[in-house]
Design a protein around this ligand. Structure first.
Ligand code: BJ8
Length: 424
């Protein structure tokens, strides 16, 4: 701990406010996570990671930086991490899931901005996040207006590079995106001083695919009844995957899956067999945003899948590893990312098909559409999701919320009523 404080001081962290932030996280984690019954032993690793959330991994990043290595921070699953690993850098998906930093951000950003954007900006403004402080470059994207304008402001505080994500999936848009990915390759080479070659890019692609396969395995195990792991735990595994070392993370997720495999064979689960099975679909849930999962599972539901960027959109598609040249491999990676069905695309009907397919594959009793407040793209799609699911006869609950606790009572009432309706 003393070790951590010294490091945080060197990173320019506001120790006083940071103590308040971490002081609140421990008890919340104990209440939400450690109180769960029959947790898989494999969750011990993830508890350890969260228990020292601003320690162990940040030390690793610092060690890397002392040897001349670079750290690249990101906020979106569109940023192709393969290039960073290939060039010997470390990519880190930043959290942005805490209310703590939101009031700080509201001093600069419009209040009617989504909490994910405000939280991430507030972490930088308040010097509260050692991952942000450790990063040599923040890579943003043009997925939504709020984010892209926030990145302009963020650039006043830290080096920022923004990738242009197109809004359509036509051949012209794909060409634009491929160009952006090629450009990004050069940006990362320049930052790290290392050449990206066909060999190291293929190796990095295989490593990232390994983690994607491990997460696919975890999600497939959640299709079992009774479900062998809670939705909260599965969400945490995905959240941690954004900033852990890719090789270690793959090993730990696979070790957890080995244990869950046994559970499934023995018919052991964490909820009764008749617990309503819920698919959560919508905006991403970054650490420590566990609000809706906690409310759902406390009310007796089992969250069995997330159609989200902290869920299936993060790992469902693998990148082809067979490019014959560096440019071909770069294009293969660009193609893989264009399969992500984010609400920033128009039209985005593939997401509707994904939701229906996942609802069936995971045998769910209902879908919760989760919308971060002021996120226009997901709020607009919610209406289409509602119609599509009504046509399929799948019950839907639409929730719009932020990171605060202010609406917890109201959400609980609506969730209880939804589950009651499903049970009937
Ligand atoms: S690929 S979902 S991670 S953009 S919630 S900031 S869209 S106003 S997070 Fe996302 Fe990439 Fe898409 Fe996924 Fe804007 Fe909406 Fe906020 Fe959002």
């Amino acid at each position: 701990m003393a070790d951590n404080r010294e490091m945080w001081t060197e990173l320019g962290i506001d120790l006083k406010q940071h103590d308040v932030l971490l002081g609140g996280l421990g008890p919340a984690y104990a209440d939400i996570y450690l109180s769960q019954k029959d947790r898989p032993k494999g969750m011990g690793f993830f508890d350890l990671v969260v228990g020292d959330i601003h320690g162990i991994r940040v030390h690793e990043l610092q060690e890397h930086a002392k040897k001349g290595g670079k750290v690249v921070a990101t906020y979106c699953v569109f940023v192709p991490e393969e290039f960073v690993w290939a060039a010997g850098g470390i990519p880190v998906g930043l959290c942005a899931g805490a209310h703590f930093s939101v009031p700080l951000a509201e001093e600069v950003l419009p209040r009617n901005t989504c909490p994910l954007i405000k939280s991430s900006f507030g972490f930088k403004l308040g010097r509260l996040c050692p991952y942000v402080q450790s990063s040599h470059l923040i890579v943003g994207e043009t997925t939504c207006d709020g984010k892209k304008k926030m990145f302009e402001t963020l650039a006043q505080y830290q080096p920022v590079y923004v990738m242009e994500v197109p809004n359509k999936k036509t051949k012209y848009s794909r060409a634009l995106w491929a160009g952006e990915v090629h450009e990004f390759r050069g940006v990362i080479e320049k930052l790290t001083g290392n050449r990206i070659t066909l060999e190291n890019l293929k190796e990095a692609t295989a490593r990232v695919n390994g983690r994607r396969r491990a997460l696919q395995r975890l999600y497939n195990l959640r299709k079992a009844t009774p479900v062998p792991i809670s939705g909260k735990d599965a969400l945490l595994v995905t959240q941690v995957s954004f900033y852990d070392d890719v090789t270690r993370n793959t090993q730990m997720v696979n070790a957890l899956c080995d244990e869950l495999d046994l559970r499934v064979k023995e018919g052991k689960g964490v909820f009764p067999v008749d617990a309503p099975r819920i698919l959560v679909s919508g905006s991403p849930m970054a650490i420590p945003n566990w609000k809706v999962h906690h409310l759902l599972e406390s009310a007796g539901a089992a969250v069995v899948c997330e159609e989200s960027c902290t869920g299936t959109r993060f790992f469902s598609d693998l990148a082809d590893e067979g490019g014959a040249t560096l440019d071909a491999q770069t294009n293969a990676i660009a193609d893989r990312y264009m399969k992500i069905n984010c609400a920033c695309f128009t039209p985005n009907d593939e997401r509707l098909s994904d939701i229906v397919r996942l609802a069936k594959e995971y045998n769910v009793d209902g879908v919760v559409h989760y919308n971060l407040q002021f996120c226009q793209t997901y709020a607009n799609e919610a209406t289409k999701v509602e119609k599509t699911l009504a046509d399929e006869g799948i019950p839907l609950l639409r929730l719009e919320t932020d990171y605060s606790d202010e609406d917890t009572g109201q959400l609980r009432t609506r969730i209880d009523a939804f589950l009651e309706m499903i049970r009937k």
